[in-house]
Structure formats: C-alpha cells, structure tokens
Ligand binder design. Structure first.
Ligand SMILES: C[S@@+](CC[C@H](N)C(=O)[O-])C[C@H]1O[C@@H](n2cnc3c(N)ncnc32)[C@H](O)[C@@H]1O
Length: 395
C-alpha cells in the first residue's frame, strides 16, 4: 500500500486493510504501511471489527440476505464498528460508505441498510458476546473447564492490558519482581511483553543445565532478552530482517550485549551441537486473540496442518543439534491442538529417546505432552495470552 492511502477515506482505508488482513497479514503489519497519524484510529477499529464480527453478522441478518456480496457485508460491518464503537459522526460514516461503495454499484443498498440501522439504533444490542464455534471448540478441547472457558470468551471482548517486563528485579511490580503495567512511558530497563510469555521463561529457565543457549526463532527478542537477564549466554538467530531490526532497536535502547544473526534455521549448517535450545516456533498466533482478534476468523485446518509440518521439521532439526542430556524447549503462542499436542505426539512417536520434562508453574495447565498457560490464573491482574510449552530432553 502506498502513501496515497493517507488521502483516502477512513472507510476505504479500513476496507483495504481488512482485505490485506483476510489474505494473511497481521493487523500490526497492515497498519505499519499507513502514515503514523492514521495508525491509532485504524488499529483500534480493526481490532474492534474482528472482535465484533459474529455480533455484527447477527445484526446484519435483519437487513440483508445470503445473496448480498461478501465485500458489501465487509463495508457494512466496518460501518457497524464505527457507528457502535467509535466517535466518528454518523453522517460522515454514511456519506463515506455510500461514496466508497459506488464503485461496487451497491451504494443504494448500503445507504438503505445504514439509515435503517441508525433508525433502530437504540434497540440494537451492542454488548453481544457471540464468538465463533470453532474457537469455542478449541478452548473446550484444551481447558475443559467452564470457569476457564467463560473467562477466555469474556476476555475476547475486552482490550487487553499491556505489560512491561524489567531485566532486573524491582520493587512495586505486580508479578515476580519483574512485571509491571505498561501505561505510556516504557521504563529504560524494560520491554513490552505479555505476562504469559514472561511466565514461560521464568518457569523453563530452571530446566536448562547449560546457560549457553541458542534461540532459533529469536526476534523481536522478548525471550532472548529475558534469558540474558537471567544470566544466559544467548546466541540468537532469526530469518526475518524486519523482525531483527525490532530486536536491535530493543537491545540498543536497553544497552544490552546480545548478538543476533540473520539465518534461516532450516537452511543453516551448524558447526557444533548444543545442550540448551529454545524454539519459539512460528504459528497461527491463536493464543494472542485478545490483541489480534483476526486470528479467530483465520482458523483454517489446512493452514494449521502446514504449520504443524514446519513445526515438526524445526523440532526434528533442533533435536539433531541437541547433545545427549540436552534440553529443547518448544513454545508456540497458540492453543490449537494441531500446533501443540499434535506436534509433540508425533515427535514422541518418532524420536524414541526423547522424554518430556516437568515444568514447575502454578500458572499453567498440564497436559500429557506439555503445558498451557492458564489465563484464568492471571485474571485479577489483567489476564494473559495463551501459550503452549514443552521441554524435551534427549536421553
Ligand atoms: C513467534 S516469533 C518469535 C518471537 C520471539 N521468540 C520473542 O520472544 O520475541 C517467530 C519468529 O520465527 C522466525 N522464523 C520463522 N521461520 C524461521 C526459520 N526457518 N529460521 C529462523 N527464524 C524463523 C520469524 O521471523 C519470527 O520472528
């Protein structure tokens, strides 16, 4: 997307962003192609668009039918998001939407639906809690506990709290002398990371016997920085220059001495073996649904199977690089069975010398081959993303 987008209306910027996100991009990457001034508005409304998607589908059933083209439904859902969840004046929303939809020759329909919605505005419920059944099934499969699942569904409809993690123990934190809320200013010795992410490193650092570690998918660096702060000597690699640049910004700001190299793990030959390996593998990011609500609409079994294939390939290679008695920790910010237990089940069947280590944490739920962060255990301080972690020992 070029600079010209700054001159387009909010509706067309949102529409173009959604086309991009639905094709696979993330909300963050999409808004980064817009001028800075536009990003805040787009970020909040894109998040809300995906958070409300099932509620808005239900509302629209009263105004349109199955034959209404998909792109017109998207425009209408953008308008519902702006009408019910932003301060943008209603007349401007209708004018922009009608103007924008002229190219699809459906502006009369858009005009009629929006005027009708505005007439009925007071009788339309804006606090529906509809959420996709596929997502609910994933939660039920993993947590099978009504209290935890209700907390997860509820948390989908609220903007998550942002945390910052300090690289030193400090007073006045909300958790484990390291975690505070991030309000506006980032503390000099802190970086932004979810509390569940912190909990994983806090728990698994005790499992590694050797503090020389390779972090295979390291950027933007949250886990490498935390391990470094706990005395690990981290060799960080990542294949994405854009992610590495973010990593470097963080370590330069915090004046830390961690070396990161641009390498594709799967294509690199390593001269030596390791005792400690961290693999924070690429995944669907389903566990970050609170800040990336679009991930729910993107749950797709075919794509998840492909993710699983590349996750297994990365674990296979990591296990080959691991010395006897060494430990590989596998993490994903997902709780889809394909990317979590499904991956480890296949690894255990294939590599007979591997055992799953115990992880000590009262913030996680233990399953046969690994652990899930239990977001309910952080409920009183703002909740957390959901991660899967397992520690594999080579015998
Ligand atoms: C979940 S993110 C890692 C987050 C990071 N560990 C942190 O805590 O900030 C996954 C990373 O894997 C990287 N990646 C994906 N495939 C890779 C490969 N074949 N080799 C190296 N890095 C890869 C991506 O560029 C991305 O930065």
């Amino acid at each position: 997307m070029g600079q010209k987008i700054s001159n387009l209306s909010d509706i067309s910027n949102l529409y173009n962003s959604i086309s991009n996100i639905d094709k696979g991009s993330s909300i963050d990457n999409t808004i980064n192609s817009f001028p800075k001034l536009k990003r805040g508005f787009l970020f909040l409304n894109l998040q809300e668009y995906y958070r409300q998607i099932e509620n808005h589908n239900l509302i629209l059933k009263n105004y349109i039918n199955n034959k209404t083209p998909q792109n017109i439904k998207v425009i209408l859902k953008i308008c519902l998001t702006l009408i019910f969840h932003s301060k943008k004046p209603h007349f401007a929303i209708v004018n922009e939407a009608v103007e924008f939809s002229k190219k699809f020759k459906k502006h009369s329909l858009i005009n009629a639906v929006l005027r009708s919605v505005l007439r009925n505005k007071n009788s339309i419920s804006t606090n529906g809690k509809n959420i996709s059944n596929i997502f609910k099934r994933c939660c039920d499969d993993i947590f099978s506990n009504e209290r935890i699942c209700s907390h997860i569904y509820e948390s989908f409809f609220h903007k998550p709290r942002n945390y910052q993690i300090s690289v030193n123990d400090i007073k006045d934190t909300i958790y484990e002398k390291r975690v505070s809320y991030f309000e506006k200013e980032l503390d000099q010795n802190s970086f932004i990371q979810d509390i569940g992410n912190f909990e994983i490193i806090n728990a698994i650092r005790k499992i590694y016997k050797d503090k020389n570690i390779i972090d295979i998918c390291a950027a933007p660096g949250g886990k490498s920085i935390l391990l470094h702060s706990y005395g690990f000597n981290v060799e960080a690699i990542d294949k994405s220059q854009r992610q590495i640049d973010k990593f470097k910004q963080n370590i330069n700001r915090m004046k830390l001495n961690i070396k990161i190299s641009k390498k594709d793990f799967l294509k690199t030959k390593f001269p030596s073996q390791y005792n400690s390996i961290l693999l924070d593998a690429p995944c669907s990011a389903l566990g970050t649904f609170r800040r990336n609500p679009d991930v729910i609409s993107k749950i797709d079994e075919k794509k998840l199977k492909l993710n699983q294939k590349s996750q297994i390939e990365m674990i296979d290679k990591s296990l080959n690089l691991l010395n006897k008695s060494g430990v590989l920790v596998y993490i994903v910010c997902s709780f889809h069975p394909f990317e979590t237990m499904g991956v480890i089940d296949k690894i255990i069947q294939k590599h007979k010398t591997i055992t799953v280590e115990n992880i000590q944490s009262n913030k996680m739920i233990k399953k046969e081959n690994g652990y899930f962060i239990n977001p309910y255990s952080f409920k009183d301080i703002g909740g957390s993303d959901i991660f899967f972690v397992t520690a594999l020992k080579k015998n």
